[in-house]
Write a protein that binds this ligand. Sequence first.
Ligand SMILES: [Zn+2]
Length: 186
Amino acid sequence: MKRNFAFVGGHPILDFCNTIFIHSNSMLDLFESKADIERWSKDLSLQHKIDFTHLDLSVEVASQLRTLLRSLFESAILAKSSTTSLKKLNTIFHNHPITTHVEFSEELTFSFVPGQFSNQGIAWLQIQLQDFLLKSQPHRLKKCENPNCSHLFYDKSKSATRTWCSMSGCGNVMKSRKFRNGLKSR
Ligand SMILES: [Zn+2]
């Protein structure tokens, strides 16, 4: 069954992590085939209005990187370090260097390209992670409080007090649950 992807992370790197999540008490993995990754790439470029052809990664490498990134982010949310994941992720990144490419058309611009022996998908993830870490404030990185969700998201609200990945989805579910519990305890 083809499932729709959720783009509630607020950043491509979090949306990438959110392609696996808790659903009906088990983990649901949306990357079952390379075609799923291609489909996700297309949806992502539309959602984030970025120029992005596709994420060139095998299902195995994509899920390995996703597990590592997810573990790092989840630890960071708890203000902890995940030494094993850090070591593994850094080893992969060090083996897949990216190169700065400078261009001039009306003004000087630069972009990152995969190094000579590098992989486009791993390079893209490194760039997205750099971008996220440069722009983000640690306290705004969160995990949805709906126990049947587990999506990661970046809280862009002014007060930084959002607890659900999306107001229309988990926000409503949690609100009606609170309401029902309130009725029961009366
Ligand atoms: Zn959620």
